[in-house]
Design a binder for this molecule. Structure first.
Ligand SMILES: Cc1cc2nc3c(=O)[nH]c(=O)nc-3n(C[C@H](O)[C@H](O)[C@H](O)COP(=O)(O)OP(=O)(O)OC[C@H]3O[C@@H](n4cnc5c(N)ncnc54)[C@H](O)[C@@H]3O)c2cc1C
Length: 321
């Protein structure tokens, strides 16, 4: 039993909050502690409290690129609800300052309606700006690092300004994502995977400055409509987390998985989509264990068939039971 030293002021702290409802896969056990934060001050006090309580911390964006373990998360989960943004314009220089909890696609759409382009490629991309920067999300010929100029992070209790280069972005990765060990060749856990040690609280992205430009709103709308249509035709319906594996060099994970005959393969209530073989769909009531066992089947079949070792794109969070 923990004795709470100083519960943070002005934030509602929930205990044993089920996390499945906050993830696009609708999978995952409870968080020992859970709080939503809308301001940097809330984040600071929550982080200070977690450090004092020696609790690991997980920053939750839209929950669209994670698999929460069935045992849940043994520390504090902070749901990022900071969503402010503003445009700063000096002649042709158009910049977006945006808080990290802002929805990526929603922000892109809102700005396009005002004749501000730059994030058109992100139409339909689930999740938050913070999650996109963490994993260098990308699609339709671009990725967030192309827009990123600098960001403000909370690290060891202080706010730091990071230039883009400091994130060391690569294909669906960053220095922050690598620090969590995500994307290693074998990631199916039997113990805690991303619960940070007390002395190693995560670096939180607070806000970012993105490069944008002025364009014709009708053109932007048409470009986004075309992307939305394309996404609709390729995305399986049902609860998923998008692509499960990264694309290996020179090919796509979806093609390898398809050619290895994995479409329709099912473990428990988790199934490889018939529409896109790199998507695992929760048919209803799937557990993280189902998904992890299915990813092992997929990974082993592709290795045996093509000799290619695939890496997870999604991050496994918490403690598997
Ligand atoms: C249907 C579907 C389609 C998708 N299509 C694509 C696609 O085309 N391209 C693509 O790249 N991805 C795609 N994804 C994956 C996902 O949308 C992106 O990776 C997204 O950027 C994740 O953002 P999030 O806020 O949901 O992050 P979460 O899943 O909440 O978190 C992911 C990681 O980011 C960290 N994180 C989140 N916010 C912060 C922050 N502020 N500071 C520090 N760390 C933070 C979390 O701690 C966690 O480690 C898709 C997902 C779905 C469900």
């Amino acid at each position: 039993m923990l004795h709470l030293k100083q519960p943070p002021q002005n934030v509602k702290l929930l205990e044993h909050e089920p996390l499945a409802r906050y993830t696009s896969w609708r999978i995952g056990g409870p968080a020992r502690y859970f709080a939503a934060a809308t301001k940097t001050d809330d984040l600071r006090s929550l982080m200070a409290w977690a450090a004092a309580e020696a609790l690991p911390v997980f920053m939750l964006g839209g929950g669209t690129n994670i698999l929460v373990a069935d045992g849940g998360y043994p520390g504090l989960v902070i749901r990022n609800r900071a969503t402010q943004h503003r445009i700063e314009e000096h002649g042709d220089d158009v910049r977006l300052w945006v808080e990290s909890g802002a929805p990526t696609a929603g922000t892109a759409r809102r700005l396009a309606a005002q004749g501000i382009g730059g994030l058109v490629w992100a139409e339909g991309l689930p999740g938050t700006i913070g999650g996109a920067i963490f994993g260098n999300a990308g699609c339709y010929g671009s990725e967030i690092t192309v827009n990123l100029m600098r960001a403000w992070v909370l690290r060891d209790g202080a706010v730091e300004e990071w230039p883009k280069a400091r994130f060391e972005h690569g294909y669906r990765t960053s220095v922050l994502k690598r620090a969590e060990g995500v994307g290693e060749s074998r990631a199916a856990p039997t113990v805690e995977v991303s619960a940070n040690a007390q002395s190693d609280l995560p670096t939180l992205i607070l806000a970012a400055e993105l490069h944008m430009f002025r364009d014709d709103p009708r053109k932007l709308e048409a470009d986004m409509a075309a992307i939305a249509e394309s996404r609709k035709s390729k995305t399986p319906s049902g609860s998923s987390c998008g692509s499960v594996f990264k694309n290996p060099p020179g090919t796509t994970a979806g093609m390898l998985l398809d050619q290895a005959g994995l479409k329709g393969t099912q473990v428990g209530a988790a199934i490889v989509s018939d529409k896109h073989a790199n998507y695992i769909v929760n048919l209803g009531g799937a557990t993280a264990g189902d998904v992890l066992r299915l990813t092992e089947v997929m990974r082993e079949r592709v290795l045996a068939t093509f000799g290619v070792e695939m890496q997870l794109e999604v991050q496994v969070v918490g403690k598997q039971v």
